[in-house]
Design a protein around this ligand. Structure first.
Ligand SMILES: NC(=O)c1ccc[n+]([C@@H]2O[C@H](COP(=O)([O-])OP(=O)(O)OC[C@H]3O[C@@H](n4cnc5c(N)ncnc54)[C@H](OP(=O)(O)O)[C@@H]3O)[C@@H](O)[C@H]2O)c1
Length: 315
């Protein structure tokens, strides 16, 4: 059993002495690392380890800290010192260039690497995850629970998530699916982690994550496209580009706020802002006659099919 206080390694001692935390082999946070007693057993503040210290990891860490999660219970690993340094500049968490080291005491391990790196990243933490009975959360598109379980072991508790890019601004929307090995507490952990960057919705089957990919995962780009089209049309109607852009963006924000705060459904809300014989009615009729709903459905089916295909390709 590990002693409660584990003294700093020679590289960390040097880092502490010199104040230089740009690490050679391993990078520790400037605190004396605590041993396994820090591991959260039914803790309010579980230890969360991030494998991959890129954009998503930084955003989730920022959200966790903003929501009061202790920085001493967050670690991150990345083989690239520049990524670690970037993260350290925004969040005072312990960083490592060894995935297993970062996950050593973790209750939750978040795989925040690109899908093509997932196999290596999963292998690197398999032993510590088994030893800690940690829940593994993957945010990588297309990497199935079965493929992760093949590397982590059949008993592994795994939550697969599909976040979206607004998570980078803590306005994300994530779909989550957990395998049967996840306890209620581990689901709660996953929920808390993803809630740090936006709203979360659980689904009952992994297949539904393909639909979520088609809806909210790829969704921000659909809105960008629609707004682009509105700006182009506004310009064609004689508006200055800046004015068209400003008004289109604010209109999409205002419409979202109205819909979120409304207690009636979207169709009713639309009817309320559509006066009979007015301008909005003309435009909405034109959209319907042009088959907007069919266009959207075809696009989302294409996205869902591609998500399923990517999952098959990834194995
Ligand atoms: N960004 C989004 O909005 C978003 C939305 C939905 C889902 N996702 C998913 O979230 C995951 C992370 O996305 P991201 O945007 O955060 O990517 P990212 O910025 O590229 O971050 C991934 C980090 O992992 C590092 N890395 C590479 N190999 C590693 C290894 N073996 N062990 C540990 N770390 C390693 C990368 O280093 P290098 O950069 O030097 O390679 C990079 O710093 C991806 O699977 C992505 O599909 C992202």
């Amino acid at each position: 059993m590990r002693a409660p206080l584990q003294f700093v390694s020679a590289p960390l001692f040097l880092a502490l002495a010199t104040g230089d935390f740009a690490i050679e082999r391993r990078v520790y946070c400037p605190i004396v690392l605590l041993g396994n007693h820090m591991k959260g057993t039914a803790l309010d503040t579980p230890h969360i380890a991030f494998v991959g210290a890129g954009n998503m990891a930084s955003s989730i860490i920022g959200g966790l800290i903003a929501s009061g999660h202790s920085t001493t219970c967050i670690t991150a690993a990345d083989p690239f010192p520049a990524s670690l340094e970037r993260l350290r500049n925004s969040a005072p968490v312990a960083v490592y260039n060894d995935n297993a080291e970062a996950a050593r005491s973790a209750d939750i391990v978040i795989l925040a690497v690109k899908p093509q790196i997932m196999a290596a990243a999963t292998d690197s933490i398999a032993a510590v995850v088994r030893a800690n009975n940690a829940v593994v959360i993957s945010i990588a598109a297309g990497v199935t629970i079965a493929s992760m379980q093949a590397r982590l072991g059949s008993e592994a508790a795994i939550v697969r998530c599909m976040p979206n890019t607004p998570a980078l601004l803590q306005h994300g929307a994530s779909g989550l699916f957990g395998n049967d090995n996840c306890s209620a507490q581990q689901r709660d952990f996953a929920q808390r982690v993803l809630s740090a960057v936006g709203i979360t919705c659980w689904v009952d089957s992994e297949q539904e994550l393909d639909a979520i990919t088609a809806l909210s995962g790829s969704g921000p780009a659909y809105f960008f496209l629609f707004i682009e089209a509105m700006i182009d049309a506004g310009k064609a109607l004689g508006l200055d580009a800046d004015i068209a852009t400003k008004l289109a963006l604010q209109t999409s924000l205002g419409a979202s706020h109205m819909a979120l705060q409304s207690d009636v459904d979207l169709a009713e809300l639309r009817r309320k802002v559509t006066s009979p014989g007015g301008t909005t009615e003309c435009a909405v009729q034109s959209f319907e006659q042009s088959g907007l709903r069919k266009i959207v459905a075809a696009a989302m089916h294409a996205a869902a099919d591609r998500a399923a295909e990517m999952a098959r390709e990834m194995g």
